[in-house]
Design a protein around this ligand. Sequence first.
Ligand code: S3P
Length: 178
Amino acid sequence: MTVALTGFMGCGKSSVASCLASLMECPFFDLDDIVRVGEGASVSEIFRNRGEQEFRRLEYEYLERFFALHGGEDSDSVLALGGGTIINPECATLIKENTLCVYLKASVDELVKNLEIAGTSGRPLLAGASDLHGAVSSLLEKRSPIYESCADAVVGTGGLSSMEVARRIYDFVKTGLK
Ligand code: S3P
């Protein structure tokens, strides 16, 4: 089974994926990294030179390939999605069909705090925003119903370390609800 982590930029998908993979004793992957390595270009370069729509198409293409390789019931993996992957209905369908999907739910304040620490330069949708709080807040408002409706489980990240979030997901995974 693949456990896919979704949620807004800065919610900690990649760090939690790494912790969860160590608990599940399985490999973890990051869709942004898969696209970056596959295309030989950073996410920012792809947005700048080829546009967001092309990036969304690439996310779908690499996701499809990922499930062809890792989609079997007997091979476990953890996949950190990009914050916008699930917004594409075609990707959402693939994710629903092939994963147990967990939404890492974080507040706007928490997201802004994490993004301020990590920086937004590698995140073209937020890079250069003069009002980061406003930008996060309005995009999250549009996206959160989609995150909620696509997820098999929702885990609040507030005040928890990546490992604590991973443990909660691990407990859910162990119950074998899917
Ligand atoms: C995006 C999130 C990013 C990356 C791209 C677009 C989004 O991934 O895929 O910049 O639309 O939310 P992270 O959520 O890992 O930052």
